[in-house]
Ligand binder design. Sequence first.
Ligand code: EPU
Length: 377
Amino acid sequence: MKTSHNMDLRAWNTFGMKVSCACFVEYGTVEELEELWKMRHGMSPDGLPSPFLHIGKGSNLLFTKDFPGTVFHSDIRFISVLEGAGHQYQAGVSAAEICADLAADGKMLVEAGAGVLWDDFCLWCAERGLWGPENLSGIPGEVGAAAVQNIGAYGVEAKDIIFQVKCFDCVTGRRVAFKASECGYGYRDSMFKDSAKGRYVVTSVVFTLSSVPVPRLDYGHVKEAVNAAFETAGNHTEAGLSSMLVRNVILSIRNAKLPDPAVIGSAGSFFKNPVIPRSDYERIASVARIEHGADYEVPHYDAGSGFIKVPAAWLLDQCGLKGLVAGNAGIYEKQPLVIVNLTGNASPSEILAVEAMAVKAVYEKFGVTLHPEVEHV
Ligand code: EPU
């Protein structure tokens, strides 16, 4: 276990902002986490300053000021194929039975520690010809946070491949495991960031992966890009398609439109795509037709129950916000969903000012309130 005081968090927030915390604790095992829980509950002489915050790689966080308490980080890092023995996945059914059933369909369970870098996990899978997370390649952050945030991209969400989430319960001090169906998953949402916020710390995640190809190429231009890469690679049959090829295509699509956090600080999509009543969508569509012509169609997806999801990127773009510069912060020129630390010296208040400008502009033009995807601390 590593403990540091007055720690600079620049490397722990992908905005790359110079913020600090009073205490930073990194643990490497579930047993160490249990020890920390005892400390936190005054069962040990070493108290830790409150409040408490658990972070992953800080890729979906906006520190709005220096953090006065203790920041925890999991360094639990392992990836292993589960065979069944010694595991309990479901009451009344042996783990070996579950694994045997999955194997009959070319599937297997793989467990990854919460502190594994998400993209290292994606690479691990692709190197072994396994299918599952390839469309989620290149997303910054760690495995534990991926399960909390239900990360998503290119038609796939983490919940689609999660079998079980193993956690430490900060209320009871016990280890618990939840099936994916028990995690309250929704669009960029789960019970871990909602109804049970602060209660569970994810320690590892069990994924269902496939050794049989299960390409998911229906989002946007992914299929065309994969076909082009496929032909360049000299393969012309679906059987030759590998999860590594899909991964590489996804990485090149991302690199073309999203900033690399190692170069320009950001937290990826800053806003969620708003889900609005159909009547609001019709109003937006008529504004757009006046501006762009009678045949113009606003990009949208049916969200069911009379609701429509409109890309926040489109709303922001229509407000002319791409490439906005406000002091050291701004909006990424190629993707307006991304607020950036342009110079590397942006302060929390500069990022917040850009957020406020974007929300105001979209509300004034379309009457829609954008909500941040990024968690404000
Ligand atoms: N658009 C514009 N102008 C732009 C960019 C996009 O008008 O400059 C319009 C286009 O019509 C485009 C639509 O917005 O079709 C949607 O844009 P895009 O396909 O880029 O997807 P997105 O809705 O902007 C979402 C996720 C991303 C994820 C991509 C790909 C959210 C908030 N964002 O973006 O997630 O990578 O789909 O699946 O759901 C993240 O969460 O950090 C993230 C990057």
